[in-house]
Design a protein around this ligand. Structure first.
Ligand code: MG
Length: 338
């Protein structure tokens, strides 16, 4: 059997079975946005890692080393945000060709440092190795939270509303402009979607504010694609979900890029991935309180885009007039797909 036959998530499940139970101080092991480990008293330690590989996650022509540094830190900070936590310490494994200009490394670390400091964390170490022909950056990030502020994927209940921060699809629209350099758009449109792709802003204060309300039943950050990530929440919570196509927050910029390139903006929004927005579930009676808390603390709106249902529903995308259910495959990003 080769790994592509299992897929990324099948491989993770297999490893989880091999490894067995992790011990009493592991509150959550494999299967959430970060691991959750018992610290002292009510304090929890959060731990996560994520890699950026040249040719897989980025092409050097379309991202500066400074932007790449920011992105490598941001995608990890986003996972801490999805737990409602605060990042603390960051380590970097950097693999480089030996002919890489030192200026490249300086700019990369400027980006890593800026994003890390903005999140209130510090770079405290790492490791370097030579790699022929490509750059690989693996970031390991620790964070902290307390017991009653922890957000998990596993608490969604039937009837809960599904809410998301910001817009979905901007990063996928940015990727489309990278792939189609001949497409001409207004500078403001280009800036919005390219910033979303190259230097995503982790929803850290939003995650902490959501956690502080005590009303959020489940949370995840949108990295693989909203449908796929909602699928992770549904599997962890043993529920299903319906998303309403007329309620999905899609920016004017994404609609413009989709129209110019012959795509459905909903596909960008639901299957694109890499938006690093937070997707949460909240009991209906607490939804307006939660939305008010986030907009009050950060100015960022949350949008209600669906409802949790029974597990047998799977994840469904329901058409705007309710007449026909459009069931999309929940195919987001899978690292070993053929
Ligand atoms: Mg995540």
């Amino acid at each position: 059997v080769e790994v592509f036959e299992l897929g990324e998530f099948g491989l993770i499940d297999r490893l989880k079975r091999h490894l067995g139970p992790a011990g009493p101080d592991v509150i959550v092991g494999i299967g959430d946005d970060t691991a959750v480990l018992r610290d002292t008293g009510d304090a929890y330690l959060l731990a996560t890692c994520d890699t950026q590989i040249e040719g897989v996650h980025f092409v050097p022509e379309s991202i500066t080393p400074y932007q790449l540094g920011r992105r490598a830190a941001a995608v990890n900070i986003s996972d801490i945000a999805a737990m409602g936590g605060a990042p603390t310490f960051l380590l970097i494994s950097l693999c480089l060709p030996s002919r890489t200009p030192v200026d490249y490394v300086d700019a990369l670390y400027s980006g890593l440092q800026e994003e890390t400091q903005r999140a209130g964390a510090a770079i405290v170490g790492g490791n370097m190795a030579r790699l022929s022909e490509r750059v690989l950056i693996d970031v390991f990030l620790l964070g902290r939270t307390v017991k009653d502020r922890l957000l998990l994927r596993s608490g969604a209940k039937e009837g809960d509303l599904i809410l998301v921060t910001g817009y979905l699809g901007n990063a996928r629209a940015g990727l489309e402009l990278v792939r189609r350099p001949e497409v001409v758009v207004e500078p403001a449109v280009r800036r919005e979607v390219m910033d979303a792709l190259l230097t995503p802003r982790p929803r850290l204060v939003e995650g902490q504010t959501l956690a502080a309300t005590g009303r959020v039943s489940a949370a995840i950050d949108v990295s693989d694609g909203a449908l796929s990530d909602l699928g992770h929440v549904c599997r962890a919570s043993k529920v299903g979900a319906r998303i309403w196509t007329d309620s999905i927050p899609v920016s004017e910029s994404t609609r413009t890029v989709a129209a110019l390139t012959g795509h459905d903006p909903l596909h960008f929004a639901l299957q694109g991935g890499e938006d690093y927005e937070l997707l949460v579930t909240v009991p209906e009676k607490h939804a307006s309180q939660v939305m008010d808390a986030v907009i009050g603390a950060t100015g960022l709106p949350l949008t209600v885009m669906g409802r949790i249902g029974p597990a047998r529903d799977g994840v469904q995308v329901v058409g705007p007039w309710g007449k026909e259910d459009v069931v999309l495959p929940s195919g987001g990003w899978n690292h070993f797909a053929p």
